[in-house]
Ligand binder design. Structure first.
Ligand code: FMN
Length: 374
């Protein structure tokens, strides 16, 4: 039932999505044409992807950016994920709409109800991205402290168990655990998707990947290194899910897109927005927030890491239509199920994607033409 309604279970070998368009997308650039998440612009971008048959629209949970003492800085600009996802959901037809929530900053009763509401608004196209959260700057606004991976995933497991009860129990229930207490728990209506909307998780620590393998439908992760490394990363989630928990899990990643007629043109544009116009304050604050100490790195490593974050973070899809296609095929052959796209100017990126990449993906048998999905 859920598999029929929800696009993330489609039979396309490589599924596609958008990432972060409720927020200043991850490109940490001062280039004037960059994306800002006004309601009108975010709706236009998402509707475009929806009409092209993209499977997922994933929101970012942020609340504020990492740049301190500059409240006007654009990294702080984002629209709240549940309210944004619900409104976007009402105005789209196909894509799965994914709300993202920091588990320690919310409560299971609220998240169960809010996700169910989006599921009803969208006719069964909701999904929930449960993130543990790792930014102390964000947590400071809620008076909370980021917990160690062990504790945060103990919390997440308990949170998920309670969500499960709200979504599936038809009797009132009580819960008394390490982190949460619920008395007389009831949530009506139940989600349209049976037994509940798909769960996504972006944990990368040992405990984070274990939670994803045990309980999530999709693990979001970073894909780095050589193709051999990609296979190991992707396999680690899938094998753990299969061998330990006897279930299947999809693995998705995210990537930044620059497509031009020649490799040189694509690389020049990348350099323009991610080096010449890099937002250095943002990049440095973000890397500090991730806990990476730049002063310990060699200059070349440092420039590489800074450049990769300014470019958008994630997997680089930079080049000609054919070279980007080649990378997508390699990712799919390595076991990847889906990729979420970001770009400095998402509208132009989607134009190019529709014109150049979609027909190539269909020709290669990676996707069915939208409308011919079995
Ligand atoms: C693809 C991806 C998307 C993520 N989205 C968010 C997000 O929206 N908000 C957030 O606070 N953290 C986000 N994270 C961070 C994760 O929730 C997590 O804290 C981080 O990957 C560290 O993993 P760990 O909790 O297992 O240590 C994301 C991570 C990845 C890989």
């Amino acid at each position: 039932m859920r598999e029929k309604r929800n696009a993330i279970f489609s039979s396309n070998r490589l599924k596609l999505g958008l990432f972060c368009h409720n927020a200043t997308v991850p490109q940490m650039s001062r280039a004037p044409e960059r994306y800002y998440p006004t309601w009108d612009r975010s709706l236009e971008v998402v509707r475009r992807a929806d009409s092209m048959g993209f499977e997922a629209v994933v929101s970012l949970a942020s609340y504020r950016g990492p740049v301190q003492k500059s409240p006007e800085h654009c990294s702080h600009m984002d629209l709240e994920p549940f309210t944004w996802a619900s409104a976007i959901g009402a105005l789209t037809k196909h894509s799965t709409i994914v709300a993202t929530v920091h588990v320690p900053l919310s409560s299971p009763a609220f998240v169960a109800k809010a996700t169910t509401t989006i599921d009803h608004v969208t006719g069964g196209r909701a999904a929930l991205n449960l993130v543990a959260g790792a930014s102390q700057i964000i947590f400071d606004m809620f008076g909370k402290t980021v917990e160690s991976p062990e504790i945060r995933y103990d919390r997440l497991e308990e949170f998920f168990d309670i969500l499960h009860s709200f979504w599936t129990k038809h009797e009132e229930f009580d819960h008394s655990g390490t982190f949460y207490k619920v008395l007389g728990g009831v949530s009506v209506p139940k989600p349209l998707q049976d037994p509940f909307p798909p769960i996504i998780n972006a944990g990368v620590s040992e405990r984070g990947s274990d939670f994803a393998a045990k309980s999530a439908d999709i693990a979001f992760t970073h894909i780095r290194g050589t193709q051999k490394d990609w296979k190991v990363t992707i396999g680690s989630y899938k094998n753990r899910a299969r061998d330990i928990y006897n279930r299947d899990i999809q693995v998705w990643t995210h990537g930044y897109v620059v497509i031009r007629d020649t490799q040189d043109e694509a690389e020049r544009y990348l350099k323009y927005y991610s080096q010449d116009f890099a937002d250095d304050r943002w990049v440095k604050a973000w890397i500090r927030e991730l806990g990476e100490n730049l002063s310990e790195l060699r200059p070349a490593q440092r420039i590489h890491i800074e450049g990769a974050w300014a470019a958008g973070g994630g997997f680089p899809l930079v080049g000609t239509p054919d070279s980007v296609l080649e990378k997508l095929i390699l990712l799919s052959e390595s076991g990847l199920d889906g990729i979420l796209l970001t770009a400095l100017e998402p509208e132009k990126m989607l134009d190019g994607w529709e014109r150049e990449i979609m027909p190539r993906l269909e020709k290669e048998g990676m996707r069915f033409p939208f409308g011919d999905l079995p």
